[in-house]
Write a protein that binds this ligand. Structure first.
Ligand SMILES: Cc1ncc(C[n+]2csc(CCOP(=O)(O)OP(=O)(O)O)c2C)c(N)n1
Length: 467
């Protein structure tokens, strides 16, 4: 029966809010047919409420106007990366990445290739029309040798433009994909085969079996500047010579690949700093720190001491360094999170505590500190800007204390002492000091001096701030 697929919305919205029953695709274009095959499958498998469809940039950019399921729009070339995130965050859901040959084969190739190589659990529908459609008919990675486009007016020259990218053949070299097939929607017989492959790939998702890839050859009469019948003929006669149809792989009946299990002990040896401590389930408020200064001031090591201390105390921890382009002297910062619960992002945009060792970093990060948070900076930093009013700010003589103890480079250790004095870490002091001592494992002679600096810093805080 010829009717609109039930997986579509009843009316298709447009940008201006108006509604229509027609798609935006040109006559003779394959996108509409492919949409219909997918929409039918989603409805037939009762999957609409469990599917997230990732629209690309390209002619398929408006998929979210058509498919009555969850929808997310990805930037150009990033649909496979977005699909990776969605499928990992929402296990058990069906995730569909829909991408053109410009989108997947050019700007997004590495994203798509790596997702396939990792065997992410989503299906990628790759619409190969041998041209950039939406932008007006430029040469795509899949443009055929000799094919004229607006950017290859003399025809694609393989000597300068390379050969058409055969994505199925490339992906077929990878271990992880479960299903790879190339189909076409250029005539009815081919559409029936495409329908089967599309349904199979979606079923594989429904069953959680792994990565599926379906390349669909699709006519683009508008950009090829030919009629719909000729475009279909071109797709069959010319495109199939370069992109032969067929199934490359179907491992859907085989048991899923299982990662080599690494014994727990070895794993903890592999992951630097992995803890054998019992997970802490006590009442602990997650804390986010930002340490910043010049490269070489020990900012990253200071963050690492905190992260290692948290690790020994059974917390979830993250330590996320950020370097300027220079090796020494450039700005460096690191974000540290200590939490009982799993850490969503290691990047700290709004720290509870900011420790700043140079002026540019203090100026940059001070406004980001959470209301009610704390800023500690070296008192030698000239402050020629307003510091936030709704946080506690301490100008602390870190460099002075370290220098007075004969180790000017240990200002970072003095700052650790100030954090302990103000009880900003929330971990037992002995755990923090043990992590500090560990950080000098290769220079044990420095441990005692650094402990002394911590004590002096704490004493200064007690005498000058806390008394
Ligand atoms: C980062 C970025 N680069 C370039 C573009 C321009 N752009 C939009 S769609 C497109 C190519 C689309 O071609 P294809 O993926 O083959 O899809 P089709 O339109 O043919 O279906 C390009 C280059 C963009 N939107 N964003």
């Amino acid at each position: 029966m010829i009717k609109k697929a039930e997986g579509f919305y009843e009316y298709f919205q447009r940008k201006d809010g108006s509604k229509t029953k027609a798609t935006h695709y040109c006559a003779g274009c394959g996108h509409g047919i492919i949409h219909k095959l997918i929409a039918e499958a989603l409805a037939d498998f009762n999957l609409q409420d469990d599917t997230i469809f990732v629209s690309p940039v390209g002619c398929g950019a408006f998929c979210y106007y058509y498919f009555d399921c969850g929808n997310v729009a990805a930037p150009h070339g990033r649909a496979s990366a977005v699909a990776t995130g969605l499928s990992r965050a929402l296990p058990g859901k069906v995730v569909i990445s829909y991408q053109g040959d410009g989108d997947l084969g050019a700007i997004g190739f590495n994203n798509a290739f790596q997702a396939a190589n990792r065997g992410e659990k989503f299906v990628c529908f790759f619409v190969n029309n041998a041209i950039y459609g939406m932008t007006g008919g430029q040469m795509a990675p899949t443009t055929l040798p000799g094919q004229k486009t607006v950017t290859s007016p003399m025809g694609r020259d393989v000597a300068t433009d390379g050969f058409p990218l055969k994505v199925c053949e490339v992906f077929n070299q990878l271990e992880a994909p479960v299903f790879i097939e190339r189909v076409s929607v250029a005539d009815t017989k081919r559409i029936m085969k495409a329908k089967k492959a599309i349904r199979k790939a979606i079923k594989i998702q429904q069953e959680g079996r792994g990565y599926a890839f379906v390349e669909i050859l699709s006519p683009c009469p508008t950009n090829m500047k030919i009629g719909a019948v000729e475009a279909a003929q071109f797709t069959i006669n010319a495109m199939e010579a370069t992109f032969p149809l067929g199934n490359f792989r179907d491992r859907s009946a085989e048991p899923p690949l299982v990662a080599n299990k690494i014994p727990q002990k070895e794993l903890s040896e592999l992951i630097v700093g992995s803890s054998t401590a019992e997970a802490d389930t006590s009442n602990f408020t997650a804390k986010e720190f930002k340490f910043c200064g010049f490269g070489g001031q020990g900012i990253l090591s200071l963050g690492l001491v905190l992260a290692n201390a948290g690790n020994s105390a059974g917390k979830n921890v993250s330590w996320f360094p950020s370097y300027g382009p220079e090796q020494r002297g450039g700005t460096a910062s690191c974000s540290v999170v200590l939490a009982n619960q799993e850490i969503g992002s290691p990047s700290v945009d709004k720290p509870d505590v900011l420790v700043a060792m140079n002026q540019p970093s203090l100026e940059k990060f001070a406004p980001t500190v959470k209301k009610g948070g704390v800023i500690i900076y070296d008192e030698q930093i000239p402050v020629e800007f307003d510091l936030p009013k709704d946080v506690s700010v301490y100008a602390f003589p870190a460099a002075k204390i370290a220098t007075s103890k004969g180790v000017p480079k240990a200002a970072n250790t003095a700052l650790l002492g100030s954090l302990l004095a103000l009880d900003l870490i929330g971990l037992p002091e002995e755990v923090v000091l043990a992590a500090l001592a560990d950080s000098f494992a290769k220079k044990p002679a420095l441990v005692a001096k650094n402990m002394e600096i911590v004590e002096t810093a704490k004493a200064w805080m007690k005498d000058n701030i806390l008394s």
